[in-house]
Design a protein around this ligand. Structure first.
Ligand SMILES: Nc1ncnc2c1ncn2[C@@H]1O[C@H](COP(=O)(O)OP(=O)(O)OP(=O)(O)O)[C@@H](O)[C@H]1O
Ligand SMILES: [Mg+2]
Length: 462
């Protein structure tokens, strides 16, 4: 296999020195990016999996030592090398404890740095364990099987923890595969109701006519085929939790009946007049925008407010890429369970990690889980997942990812307008990433700066 280009982040506040070192590393084939401060470096590593980070120890603001720690926590396989100003042994030892690979003291010859780099790369090839991330997984960043440490997920965990102990109705929304069901189960298992049942009902999976009987139960002869009396899910969930999935697909008639349950905590079985009282906590989930369905008159407004007492919004995976390395570790551990116990723990090459992090994940966590399962199956006899083991739509994420996340509606679409909105979106994102620098943004898009400026002008008119 040909050597992959190594992506290197060089952090140094003295710009002349940084420039000189960057050039020399570039000449040796490294793909070098530069950062002039710890803050800039931190935001860069948040969304890009570098192979190597070389940082000055003394930096204004966030110093090299804290930066190394953050980089290694996020990417246990990253090689961090520190440049120390005065060669003080104490500082160097401290930063190595925080996960740095080695240090070079100023002033240094470029060859010295290259030598340290070569040795580190060679060693890393031999190293496969990835204890850091696993320890993190076990320690903090999960709430009952929900993995994540992004700010968005941390907020979700706090919310789940707070509301779990109450009996309030909860509405979980999020795209497909974002973990709505795992969140609902987590709430139940952290609530005083956990000793009773968690009963799930997917409102879109059952034909309308049967859904009512499924929810409320029925008595004998209530409809053709109702041979005996039967408890509905509501009764089964008494004292526990009822999870109503895809609640947006419920018919108006049934919405009305559900509203009564939420208001009065009572209902009748289908074909019966006897009123039954229940004590259930309802957690509803939807992947459509219920507020919009209300505006369109498809969903009862009063029911929406009854359900939406506590809204929990699960962010799509593409908006919390920093969770990807942790989720990958989590799924690698999960799928390793099937192999022989002697099999070494799997790792993921940085190139593969980059691809995983640049993909848009229309199917969110479920799709990532499937991709890792598939890749694990492809790596028989190897201990590292390479980019080539990933599903084709994820390799070369750029074009296929976009087109596979776009669906062609039955009644067609306006191609020109669609392409224009795609262009606008990508241009905006490259400007965001480069802090509004049009030259750099153009480079990201493989355009001439003038072409980019022209495009921006044209799109502003559309
Ligand atoms: N944060 C997470 N940490 C670990 N696993 C997760 C996380 N989120 C989702 N998963 C896993 O992803 C898969 C999909 O999750 P889940 O079924 O809860 O999604 P969903 O939002 O209900 O999807 P859908 O709308 O398609 O029903 C499950 O296997 C689940 O275990
Ligand atoms: Mg679901």
């Amino acid at each position: 296999m040909p050597e992959q280009t190594k992506h290197l982040l060089l952090v140094e506040d003295e710009s002349a020195l940084r420039q000189a070192v960057a050039e020399q590393l570039g000449d040796r084939g490294y793909q070098v990016e530069q950062a002039g401060s710890g803050e800039a470096a931190l935001s860069r590593i948040a969304d890009f999996a570098f192979d190597i980070i070389i940082t000055d120890l003394r930096l204004p603001g966030i110093d090299g030592s804290a930066l190394v720690q953050a980089a290694v926590e996020r990417y246990p396989d990253i090689i961090a090398i520190v440049i120390t100003g005065y060669g003080t042994v104490k500082d160097a030892v401290d930063v190595i404890k925080r996960g740095a690979w080695d240090f070079v003291s100023k002033p240094f010859q470029i060859d010295e740095l290259l030598h340290v780099l070569d040795a580190a790369l060679e060693q890393r090839r031999l190293k496969s364990e990835n204890a850091y991330l696993r320890a993190q997984l076990e320690e903090r960043y999960r709430f009952e099987g929900i993995v994540g440490k992004s700010r968005a997920m941390t907020r979700v965990f706090q919310l789940l923890e707070t509301v779990a102990v109450t009996s309030s109705t909860i509405l979980i929304s999020g795209e497909t595969g974002t973990g709505k069901e795992v969140a609902a189960r987590a709430i139940h298992h952290n609530s005083p109701r956990r000793i009773h049942r968690f009963v799930a009902l997917n409102c879109s999976a059952i034909p309308e006519t049967l859904l009512e009987a499924e929810l409320f139960g029925h008595v004998r002869g209530a409809f053709t085929g109702a041979v005996g009396n039967r408890q509905g899910r509501l009764e089964q969930a008494n004292k526990g939790t009822l999870f109503l999935d895809e609640v947006g697909t419920m018919s108006q008639a049934l919405q009305m009946k559900l509203l009564r349950v939420l208001q009065e905590r009572e209902f009748e079985r289908v074909g019966d007049s006897h009123t039954i009282k229940v004590d259930v906590r309802v957690i509803a989930a939807t992947n459509s925008d219920l507020a919009r369905l209300v505006a369109e008159g498809q969903f009862r407004e009063d029911l929406f407010y009854r359900l939406n007492v506590i809204p929990v919004q699960l962010p799509p995976l593409r908006d919390r890429k920093e969770d990807i390395p942790l989720l990958v570790r989590h799924f690698l551990d999960k799928f390793r369970g099937d192999g022989p116990p002697t099999r070494p723990p799997m790792t993921v090459s940085q190139e593969a990690m980059r691809q995983l992090m640049s993909y848009q994940w229309p199917g969110n966590v479920r799709q990532l889980e499937n991709a890792i399962e598939r890749a694990t199956a492809f790596t028989v006899g190897r201990s590292q997942i390479e980019a080539a083991d990933l599903p084709p739509e994820i390799q070369n994420a750029q074009e296929p990812a976009l087109s596979s996340s776009v669906s062609l509606p039955d009644d067609g679409l306006d191609l020109e307008r669609f392409i224009a909105s795609l262009e606008r979106d990508l241009i905006q994102r490259s400007l965001d990433r480069t802090g509004g620098n049009k030259g750099k943004a153009a480079k990201l898009l493989n355009l001439k700066r003038t072409t980019l400026v022209e495009k921006i002008k044209r799109l502003e008119r559309v």
